[in-house]
Design a protein around this ligand. Structure first.
Ligand code: FVH
Length: 295
């Protein structure tokens, strides 16, 4: 006997690495899954497991009340949805396509004008983490569709609804992706410096990177509290010490034959700040200098 399918139907548009993982997780959880992809052949293993491959985007949207879209970018998403837009009326669209806060606001207005409800989302996971405890996803937009589809969305990873401002999910998503990008850039720079020593391999060095970055992560809440609080900071260093360290990092990179650009720029900026009278380096002061002047 075939198992009884009692969970709500869900449509997934886009079967790249991430879209495929989303559809696969929903199928595994027992949902009736309809899929659509520009290249239909990618759906074959899902269809073999019971997914329905829609012949058009319109058919995919009409298959149920909830559609999750996960394609390359918002331009591709809009281009594929536009010809079938009428089918969004009375349905919920959740975009897990990576985009900017402005694109989220624009897409929400477009969907609302069509009589649809809209949630914008950001996936904080890579495909193999979907439906594991490591995966979490940000959502923003109206509370009602989130509450209505919460159980389905929870299959993919822990859902965090950030509130009715639809731009928040992409803002948090891109902020965290920026942190990840800079962390990996830091790892690569460190590894380039360390492996300039002939006897050192990246594999030898990696555990030290992991240990150091893991221990330094403990500073994040301390620095965050300093940023938010008007009280004297718990963590502060003299500007002279920080500029000397940055100069050493620039010089060590140069000696190792590695581009010192980032640290050269840091030294220049810190020297300007010292010349302007700054004596203490704090998280709050660093943040102030990241902000562009108000337009
Ligand atoms: N992969 C990851 O680790 C990250 C994790 C966080 C979230 N991102 C975002 O998810 C979106 C999709 O990413 P992906 O990993 O699935 O990407 P690809 O494997 O490259 O697949 C791209 C899909 O988009 C379809 N597509 C591309 N252009 C068009 C178009 N003009 N019209 C219709 N569909 C289009 C593509 O179709 P096909 O090539 O298979 O026919 C794939 O389905 C993305 O926003 C990430 O930033 C993933």
């Amino acid at each position: 006997l075939a198992p009884l399918v009692t969970k709500p139907p869900v449509t997934v548009l886009g079967l790249g690495l991430m879209g495929y993982a989303l559809a696969d997780a929903l199928l595994t959880a027992g949902h009736r899954v309809t899929v659509w992809n520009r290249t239909p052949a990618k759906a074959a293993p899902l269809v073999a497991r019971g997914a329905h491959l829609a012949g058009s985007v319109r058919e995919a949207l009409e298959a149920g009340p909830l559609t999750i879209s996960c394609v390359l970018d918002y331009a591709a998403q809009r281009a594929l949805l536009a010809p079938a837009a009428g089918a969004l009326h009375g349905r919920t669209l959740v975009s897990l396509t990576n985009g900017t806060p402005a694109q989220a606001r624009e897409t929400e207005a477009w969907a609302l004008a069509l009589g649809a409800t809209y949630l914008d989302g950001g996936i904080m996971a890579v495909p193999h983490q979907i439906a594991t405890p490591e995966a979490f996803l940000f959502y923003s937009g109206a509370q009602d569709p989130f509450d209505q589809h919460r159980a389905t969305l929870a299959v993919l990873g822990t859902p965090h609804h950030l509130g009715p401002d639809v731009s928040l999910a992409s803002l948090y998503d891109l902020a965290l992706l920026s942190a990840m990008d800079m962390m990996f850039a830091g790892f690569l720079h460190a590894t380039a410096v360390a492996t300039s020593h002939r006897g050192t391999t990246a594999t030898d060095f990696a555990p030290h990177v992991v240990a150091w970055l893991t221990s330094m992560l403990g500073m994040v809440p301390v620095m965050a509290a300093d940023i938010d609080s008007p009280a004297p900071p718990a963590y502060a260093q003299s500007m002279d010490l920080v500029v000397a360290a940055a100069q050493n990092m620039a010089d060590a990179a140069r000696e190792a034959g590695i581009r010192p650009d980032h640290f050269d720029r840091t030294v220049t900026e810190l020297k300007h700040r010292i010349a302007a009278g700054e004596t203490e380096y704090t998280a709050a002061s660093a943040l102030t200098h990241l902000r562009l002047p108000a337009r």
